[in-house]
Design a protein around this ligand. Sequence first.
Ligand code: TPP
Ligand code: MG
Length: 523
Amino acid sequence: MTSGMNGAQSLLRTLVDHDVDVCFTNPGTSEMHFVAALDGEPRMQAVLGLFEGVVTGAADGYARMSGKPAATLLHLGPGLGNGVANLHNARRAHVPMINIVGDHATYHQALDAPLQSDIGTLAANFSAWVRESASTADLGAHAAEAVVAARTHPGQIATLVLPADVSWSAGGVPAARREIPGPRSPRGDAVDLVAKALRTGTPAALLVGNDVVGDDHALATANAIAIATGAKLLAEVFPQRLRRGAGIAPVERLGYLAEFAAMQLDGLAHLVLVGAQSPVSFFAYPERASDLVPDGCEVHTLSERRESGVEAIAALAEALGVDPKGAQLAGAARPGRPTGDLTAPVLADAVGAVLPEAAIVVDEAQTGGIYLSPATGGCPPHDWLTLTGGSIGFGMPAATGAAIACPDRPVLNLQADGSAMYTMQSLWTQARHGLDVTTVILANRSYAILNLELSRVGVEQPGPVALSMLDLTHPDLDFCSVARGLGVPAERPTDAESLTAAIERAIAEPGPHLIEAVVPSGF
Ligand SMILES: Cc1ncc(C[n+]2csc(CCOP(=O)(O)OP(=O)(O)O)c2C)c(N)n1
Ligand SMILES: [Mg+2]
């Protein structure tokens, strides 16, 4: 059967037939036929990012909010390489994503042309599925396989390497829609064992992963179990998408600093993992434990990540005879509008005072963000996206992708200054698509966290060169000018009242805005 399509056309058709209808791109010569085919497939929304870290971070933010994969279009090994930091965050977020990485034509690869490199080695790092498609006729089937791999619970990265001749040759065959397998059910004996452990009444905690913290009912059920059994309810340090706010059961996140996490876990006899990883310290520190499970605490796996945590929590509630209606949901509360000088706590109160219903908060606020959680816990229901893989430069791209996924919802990107500088180009994409993203830069003019880490790793008397590696002054960054240069209106309020008003205004007005808040570093 000949379809009259070339490879690229059959690939696009297969993707959109599988509901993959957004493609974040940064193309080059080897991807030109894919680019050309976009006009023939209007169901695919193509979004240009001006750096591959924007493309991959946007696909992550999109997946977190839409629950389905976007495609990325990347240019050979170097393009994929530029996208790796946010692919790492996406892998750690367990989101679905499909990378289309253009490659030289099959017969050109032996010639070692300048852009030739080992794409497979790069892709293997973060991909659950990698395939080089060597024949145009099979490309559609490979794309369908990539979709199935990406959508396998809880979500994985699939990378399809696409040689230019496979893309441009005639004989493309779109693949029929394939079924996506649902998540596996948790094991019944695991449910019984955990129920038994929780019934002992000894100190216990439930550590819940992404599918539970992203689901209001599962959160309420987990909260009701915690109340009925006396167990603590904890979430991972950096969840993919946390549902929170008034009317939603609150969950305490494990602390980033191992010292805090150790306090939260202290004295536990049972730690129950629900699609979550057993807690470990972010880094090793001299003389300190890396594994944060307290001595003598038994770790139980109620469900693995590939299983349904939502189902696991429901089954546990049933085994324990717990009614989800017993949950204690967060009440409605907001801080008052702050007054006085700009500081990180003031910024947190400003956000808490005005955060609108259904907001999507993308939190890459780093040290300035520690005050945000208490200030916003009683705001109207909202979603909170975090830096799952610790690889900075995530916030601005993720906010961009989240806004593409949810064009009717306000996106608030709370963004530390050092991390902002990795992927500032995202603002241009926000401007081009008129996305409702409000970026608030926490300009403490420092890699503040690293000042803290310097002392935590045991460096007692850092010298001026060392300190200058963590300092963002000389010159000061002018975020307002950069934003305007990228097509985004910007302002720099200088006190609490004008900051609060600026955030409120920026959220209310359509299109992207940037607000630069110069705050003391605190470290
Ligand atoms: C890709 C990547 N490069 C470097 C780092 C190391 N790193 C961690 S935090 C940080 C600086 C953060 O500074 P900023 O975003 O201004 O936040 P602050 O600590 O000032 O609150 C750096 C460079 C990292 N985590 N990821
Ligand atoms: Mg900073």
